[in-house]
Design a protein around this ligand. Structure first.
Ligand code: GLN
Length: 193
């Protein structure tokens, strides 16, 4: 079984390279036919959530992926991917998958100046570099959501069961710890990465 990486837009290639370097088999989801291939984990990359959400709907991928996530498929979401998972966006009625019970503030640092690097502690992993690019922050979490890291006064990493969601880009830093954690979740769920 393999890890599927949503490859409609954004920073997906870096996720593929990182997962492959950790020994995982990886393939891209670009159209509905790709869903016929078995996969035991899903990556929702960063990029532009509005574009990705619209493409998911137009390409007929949305309902099937939502059902798989609700069914317990391990998901690693970064940045725009986290916006797609969120059950609520601040000051915005848009909701995409809505499977992750958190509130997300898009472009929390402003649209242009919101890109920076930090180093923070992530629960279960330790101190890691974090690259934020026009990043959102998580401003509220429902009970049951495990807060894994904070930066700049907000929450930047959470886990809710099968969903690991970050507002930074671990695929752009050399540290493989986050992807290792995700592959661990895939193994625990019974799928071989
Ligand atoms: N600002 C983007 C959005 O709202 C997310 C940025 C990112 O994925 N790096 O979709």
């Amino acid at each position: 079984m393999a890890i599927a990486v949503l490859a409609l837009q954004g920073a997906f290639i870096e996720h593929e390279k990182r997962l492959e370097s950790l020994g995982a088999e990886v393939f891209e989801i670009r159209e509905a036919a790709d869903l016929a291939r078995p996969f035991s984990g899903l990556v929702l990359p960063g990029g532009e959530s509005t574009v990705q959400g619209k493409l998911l709907l137009e390409l007929g991928l949305f309902d099937a992926l939502k059902a798989r996530i609700e069914g317990g498929l391990p998901v690693l979401a970064t940045c725009a991917g986290t916006i797609l998972l969120a059950s609520r966006l601040e000051d915005d009625p848009t909701k995409w998958f809505g499977t992750l019970p958190v509130t997300v503030h898009r472009n929390a640092f402003g649209r242009q100046l919101g890109s920076f690097r930090a180093e923070e502690e992530m629960k279960g992993i330790g101190r890691i570099p974090m690259t934020f690019i026009r990043a959102p922050l998580i401003t509220e979490t429902a009970p049951g959501v495990d807060i894994l890291a904070r930066s700049k006064g907000g929450i930047c990493a959470v886990r809710f069961g099968n969903q690991l969601a970050l507002t930074f880009h671990p695929e752009l830093d050399p540290d493989p710890a986050v992807h290792r954690l995700f592959l661990e979740m895939v193994r625990e769920s019974g799928g071989k990465p």
